[in-house]
Write a protein that binds this ligand. Structure first.
Ligand code: EPU
Length: 305
C-alpha cells in the first residue's frame, strides 16, 4: 500500500480535489476526528472510476463520506482514503411526482423542494441532517417512516464494473440499514412521491420540527442517535434510567435534552465519546440485560472497541 503513490497518481487528474492528511473534524458533525491519509473529492463518475481504480491498485482501503452526520471518526484519523462526492452528484430535479437526485445533495434541500412542489412522502425527513446518499445507505428515518419506503430506484457505482440500477423493492431496507454499501457507491436515486395538500404537508413538517427542537439537542455538535432502539424499547429511556443522562467524559456529554445523543461540549475527543458509550452499554446490560447496539458508524480504529 502506498498512499504517497496514490496521491501522486491522482493529484491534478481529477475535477475534484485530492489531499493528504485532511482533518476529519472538518467533515463530521461531531467536529471530531484526526487526519485521513488520503482525501479525494470526486466531481463525477469519471473521477470516481479513476479514484477507486487507483486505490484498488495501491491496495488502499476507502470509504465514502457524506456530511459525516452519523459518524464517529477516530482521534488517530483514518489510514485509508475518504471519498466525498462533489459537483455532479449535487444536482436534483423533479418531474411530476418523481424526484431524482445525486447522492451528494443534502436531504434538507430535497425535503424543501418536495414541499415547494406540493409533493408528499418526505415530510418525516424534515430536520434530518446529512446527504441523500448517506440517508439512503443507512435508510434514515424515524420510528414510523424511513426513506427506503419511497425509493423507486437507486443507481450505484460498482468499482471495476460501472453503474448498476437497482429497483427500490430489490433493496434490503431494514432499521437503519439498506444493504446498499455492499452493492457499490450510491450515486443517484429516484423517489416516487405523491401530490399532496400543501397545508397538510406544511403542518406535518412543522409538527416534526417542533418535536425535534423540543426533544433533541440541535444546537450542540452531535451525530444523532448514538444507539439503535432495542426492539420495543427506547435507548434514550434506558440510558436515562441507569442514571447517565448529563454524564460527561472529557468534552463529551450525554445530552440533558435526549440521553441517546452524545454531544460535543467543546474539544471532545472520539475517545471521550467511546468512553460514554461503553459506560452506557455496561450499565444497561447489568441493570436491564439489554445489549445496546451502536447506530453511529465508526471510522478508523478504536482501542478496545
Ligand atoms: N426518552 C427518555 N429519555 C430521554 C430521551 C427519550 O425517557 O432522554 C423517551 C421519550 O420520552 C420517549 C422515548 O424515549 O418516550 C423515545 O424518544 P423519542 O421520541 O425522542 O425518539 P427516539 O426513539 O429516541 C427516534 C430515532 C431518531 C428520530 C426520532 C424522531 C432511533 C434510534 N432514533 O428517536 O432518529 O429523530 O425517533 O422520530 O431510531 C437518528 O437516527 O439519528 C435519530 C435521531
Amino acid at each position: 500500500m502506498s498512499v504517497t503513490r496514490a496521491y501522486e497518481r491522482l493529484n491534478g487528474q481529477l475535477d475534484g480535489l485530492v489531499r493528504h492528511g485532511e482533518s476529519l473534524s472538518r467533515h463530521t458533525s461531531y467536529r471530531i476526528g484526526g487526519p485521513a491519509a488520503l482525501f479525494a473529492e470526486c466531481a463525477s463518475v469519471t473521477d470516481l472510476a479513476l479514484v477507486t481504480e487507483v486505490l484498488s491498485e495501491e491496495e488502499i482501503e476507502w470509504v465514502v463520506l457524506g456530511k459525516g452526520t452519523n459518524v464517529l471518526a477516530s482521534d488517530d484519523g483514518y489510514p485509508g482514503a475518504i471519498i466525498v462526492l462533489g459537483k455532479e452528484f449535487k444536482r436534483h430535479s423533479v418531474t411530476e411526482c418523481k424526484l431524482v437526485a445525486g447522492a451528494g445533495v443534502s436531504l434538507a434541500a430535497l425535503v424543501q423542494d418536495a414541499f415547494g412542489k406540493g409533493l408528499t412522502g418526505l415530510e418525516f425527513a424534515v430536520g434530518v441532517p446529512g446527504t441523500f446518499g448517506g440517508a439512503l445507505s443507512m435508510n434514515a428515518g424515524t420510528r414510523e417512516a424511513w426513506i427506503g419506503s419511497v425509493v423507486e430506484a437507486v443507481t450505484v457505482y460498482q468499482p471495476g464494473s460501472g453503474l448498476v440500477r437497482l429497483r427500490g423493492p430489490e433493496i434490503a431496507w431494514g432499521y437503519r440499514t439498506s444493504g446498499l454499501p455492499r452493492l457499490g457507491v450510491v450515486v443517484e436515486a429516484a423517489l416516487a412521491l405523491e401530490t399532496g395538500d400543501e397545508w397538510r404537508i406544511r403542518s406535518s413538517m412543522e409538527a416534526s420540527l417542533r418535536r425535534r427542537k423540543r426533544s433533541q439537542p440541535l444546537s450542540q455538535p452531535n451525530a444523532g442517535s448514538v444507539f439503535k432502539n432495542p426492539e420495543g424499547e427506547s435507548a434514550g429511556r434506558l440510558i436515562e434510567a441507569v442514571g447517565l443522562k448529563g454524564e460527561r467524559a472529557g468534552g463529551a456529554q450525554f445530552s440533558e435534552v435526549h440521553a441517546n445523543f452524545i454531544v460535543n461540549t467543546g474539544g471532545a475527543r472520539a475517545a471521550d465519546v467511546v468512553e460514554l458509550m461503553v459506560m452506557a452499554q455496561q450499565r444497561v446490560r447489568e441493570e436491564h440485560g439489554i445489549e445496546l447496539e451502536p447506530e453511529i458508524r465508526f471510522l478508523g480504529s478504536f482501542e478496545g472497541a
